[in-house]
Design a protein around this ligand. Structure first.
Ligand code: GLN
Length: 206
């Protein structure tokens, strides 16, 4: 018997293995998803960090774009981290003209928003709903959320200068219903709280 829930990890590009490991540690059966038939077997999907322009292109080339869009429209729970967050946005700023995203979360996301001089950084982020200390968040050429729809809950912000040099609180974690997204990479830190939250969301929806 397969342990439920079964959580897929979009596996055409990105840091797939780290998410599989984290989801497994949370008691889910984690499976890489590269083909539509594999998508059919999952109760929820993680879209990892990586490169959103490449994810967009490969998902179209491999015939996975439309099936994922359909499952998301039908309410399949989804969690996107970093490039995965970009893939969930309705609007992508500083993207490639031909880049597509699933629009599962009504939000505008800016790519590489924290600028080149701070391509990568780590900082504590207080995430609403998580018990304990602020999350030790790893940002790698990370996006931020520039605006959200009325129904989106902002779970976390970071006060930091962007590529524009202006220091202001920027949204880096959001949720609406069974869609969750973070600008940062919890799969790299061993802190399982966000993966646990997502597995719980998948369980509730299943
Ligand atoms: N900058 C990347 C993009 O636009 C995201 C980086 C990441 O996922 N670590 O897709």
């Amino acid at each position: 018997m397969t342990a439920r829930p079964v959580v897929g990890v979009f596996a055409l590009q990105g840091d797939v293995r780290e998410h599989v490991r984290a989801l497994t540690a949370c008691g889910a059966t984690a499976v890489p998803v590269r083909r539509p038939a594999e998508l059919d077997e999952v109760d929820g999907l993680v879209i990892p960090g990586g490169e959103s322009t490449t994810m967009s292109k490969l998902s179209i080339d491999f015939g996975l774009y439309d099936p994922i869009a359909k499952r998301l429209a039908d309410g399949m729970p989804v969690y996107g981290s970093c490039a995965g967050m970009i893939m969930l946005a309705t609007t992508v700023l500083d993207g490639r003209a031909d880049q597509r995203s699933f629009g599962a979360l009504p939000m505008t996301v800016r790519r590489n928003a924290f600028g080149r001089q701070v391509d990568s950084f780590e900082a504590p982020v207080a995430v609403a709903g998580l018990e304990g200390d602020p999350f030790h968040a790893v940002f790698i050429r990370a996006p931020w959320v520039e605006s959200v729809g009325d129904e989106v809950t902002v779970l976390g912000t970071i006060d930091r200068a962007g590529a524009d040099g202006v220091t202001a609180p920027h949204v880096v974690a959001v949720r609406q219903g069974s869609a969750l997204a973070t600008s940062f990479h919890p799969e790299l830190t061993g802190d399982l709280r966000l993966h646990n939250l997502f597995v719980e969301m998948v369980r509730e929806a299943a």
